[in-house]
Design a protein around this ligand. Structure first.
Ligand SMILES: C[S@@+](CC[C@H](N)C(=O)[O-])C[C@H]1O[C@@H](n2cnc3c(N)ncnc32)[C@H](O)[C@@H]1O
Length: 269
């Protein structure tokens, strides 16, 4: 088989695998994520967390991405460890903390296999997991597994704060097309579809970035699961955590049909 044809075939197979199994997310998209400042949500929520929760000496930023929350926590003098499975996101997180002149450590790991990561147990005062990162857990036992792994790392009484997109958010955006960013040299477009029967939201992110005279196109398919409140409460309890309350991202009391909920939990003593 001619080499060109072979490469084309491999490329096609990789594309099919990519869109079928949603591998390689937050890979090519990592620099775009930062360029359009998607860390803003985590920065604002972390500022709220620091206002309302006990001041942490040691913290974990789970699914830290490019390090938005890691940076805010590190700037308070807290010893922070950021964890993410995307090497591309972590490389930017490392560069961002270095550029800001703060120190933080980073671990490349899948949150579902956190028990294998080189992290001390019973040590952390606070763990955060922000910007719907836990919606990426799609398997039936995955949320509980991640919460269990996290609880083991927290000291007794230590807190875990995470937010989730709810089904109300996905229903509101079902079958929607949005240009989420356009500055003339970079355009980012999202198409969201929601399958209520499987409680899965498919977000197709497409971007066009100008490179001299040419435009480069990129695409990733992100799949999020809408965890019901009952499933979340069950996972919190099974992990040995206690729910303190649920808030909005601005830390107000959450309405019943909130599009996004912030869960505040504590490791049981
Ligand atoms: C929406 S981004 C949020 C990043 C960061 N928390 C923020 O607010 O900017 C979701 C992040 O979750 C990470 N992620 C998704 N599934 C993961 C998993 N199973 N283990 C570790 N990280 C994961 C992705 O690599 C990505 O960086």
């Amino acid at each position: 088989m001619p080499f060109d044809l072979f490469c084309l075939l491999i490329n096609g197979v990789l594309r099919i695998l990519h869109s079928t199994f949603c591998i390689l997310i937050y890979s090519a998209y990592a620099p775009i994520y930062d360029a359009i400042d998607q860390g803003a949500f985590a920065r604002q929520l972390t500022a709220r967390i620091l206002e309302h929760e006990p001041k942490p000496a040691r913290a974990l930023d789970l699914a830290c991405g490019t390090g938005a929350a890691t940076l805010v926590l590190a700037q308070t003098g807290c010893a922070v460890t950021g964890i993410d499975r995307s090497p591309e996101m972590l490389a930017i997180a490392r560069a961002n903390t270095f550029a800001a002149g703060v120190s933080a450590s980073f671990v490349e790991a899948d949150l579902r296999r956190l028990h294998r990561a080189p992290l001390p147990e019973d040590q952390f005062d606070l763990a955060v997991c922000l910007y719907d990162s836990l919606n990426y857990m799609r398997g039936d036992g995955d949320l509980e597994l991640v919460l269990q792994n996290t609880a083991r790392l927290l000291r007794r009484g230590g807190r875990l704060i995470f937010d989730l997109n709810t089904e109300y958010e996905f229903l509101a955006w079902d079958e929607s097309d949005q240009v989420v960013y356009d500055d003339g040299t970079l355009l980012v477009y999202n198409r969201l579809t929601y399958e209520p029967s499987r409680r899965l939201a498919h977000g197709r992110i497409v971007w066009f970035q100008q490179n001299g005279q040419r435009w480069r196109r990129g695409e990733e398919l992100h799949i999020e699961r809408a965890w019901s409140d009952a499933e979340v409460l069950q996972a919190i309890d099974a992990a040995g955590l206690k729910l303190l309350d649920r808030r909005t991202p601005t830390y107000e009391a959450a309405p019943v049909a909130a599009p996004r909920l912030v869960y505040r939990c504590e490791r049981r003593r």
